[in-house]
Design a binder for this molecule. Structure first.
Ligand SMILES: Nc1ncnc2c1ncn2[C@@H]1O[C@H](COP(=O)(O)OP(=O)(O)OP(=O)(O)O)[C@@H](O)[C@H]1O
Ligand SMILES: [Mg+2]
Length: 274
């Protein structure tokens, strides 16, 4: 992975905290987290089930209020207090969730899914031909044939096609930040590699920041510039992929790595003597 030169911070958080429940039932799902995401950076957030990854993603997306702390967007305190301000914030941020079905309105055919993106981008005034060209271009970016799919409903697509359509949407929307919450866990290793390739290509093309949320520390190592490791709502390790995974400081990271010893062991050619 090519490490990017330091770029400006797009989104950052200080003391970000989210509690659920009260009294004895209180859970601190995200506990006093600081983060900093730069333009074009690939960040992985790794942690076991229940460590607070999706809760953090929802707060970043503005779908869940913070109990404490603050989030800054492009150097300014994020303000999503009104619907109009939220919409403006969402113009720059997109998400891919675990279940591709949840991304689409199942009653919308593929062409209206893509037309919605054109509208969201404020390009609703384009001629039908121009819209058609944009839709075709986004489908061909992900190796889908728009003509074959435009009249279908999302449930008529295969899992792989649906994942590609999700990426075609991202290609159209050009978000500055993409949060991908385990986007690849449902599909086979081959499509997974293709989808990762597409996302990385998209990062190159539009200098998008990508936040991957995953259980897979090996994947995190290969794709990320920066890795955050989360345990029980707390960031226990943070650094470049090399720092966090090749030279972990926390016992928790060491334990996670213990499950997948091979990724950080360099190939040893010296023992290959006859
Ligand atoms: N709406 C909610 N109400 C109450 N508790 C919640 C809510 N959402 C999440 N939690 C709790 O917060 C904690 C963190 O959940 P979260 O979904 O963020 O974990 P995760 O790291 O995304 O897990 P996974 O890897 O399984 O997706 C869990 O204990 C969960 O039960
Ligand atoms: Mg989750």
């Amino acid at each position: 992975m090519i490490r990017k030169k330091t770029k400006e911070v797009f989104l950052s958080g200080t003391g970000v905290t989210r509690e659920f429940g009260h009294g004895k039932n209180k859970i601190i799902a995200v506990n006093n987290i600081d983060f900093e995401f730069r333009r074009g950076e690939i960040i992985s957030i790794v942690g076991e089930s229940g460590s607070g990854k999706t809760t953090l993603a929802k707060m970043i997306l503005g779908l869940l209020p913070l109990t404490r702390g603050q989030i800054e967007s492009e150097g300014k305190l994020r303000d999503i207090s009104t619907q109009a301000k939220r919409r403006k914030y969402w113009q720059n941020i997109q998400a891919i969730f675990q279940d591709p079905f949840s991304t689409f309105n199942i009653f919308n055919k593929v062409d209206s899914v893509l037309l919605d993106c054109i509208r969201l981008q404020g390009a609703g005034h384009l001629s039908n031909e121009e819209k058609f060209e944009k839709m075709k271009e986004s489908c061909s970016f992900v190796n889908l044939k728009f003509e074959e799919l435009s009249n279908k409903y999302p449930f008529e697509l295969s899992g792989g096609q649906m994942q590609r359509l999700m990426i075609a949407r991202i290609f159209m929307l050009h978000p500055k930040l993409l949060i991908a919450d385990e986007p690849t866990s449902m599909i086979d290793a081959c499509s997974r590699a293709t989808i990762l390739d597409m996302l990385l290509k998209l990062r190159e093309e539009i200098d998008m920041t990508i936040v991957f949320i995953t259980h897979d520390i090996g994947l995190a190592y290969y794709i990320s510039d920066t890795v955050y490791i989360m345990e029980h709502g707390v960031i226990v390790e943070r650094g470049t992929a090399d720092e966090a995974i090749l030279h972990p400081q926390s016992d928790y990271t060491k334990r996670l790595l213990g499950d997948v010893p091979k990724i950080y062991e360099p190939w040893d050619f010296t023992t290959d003597t006859v």
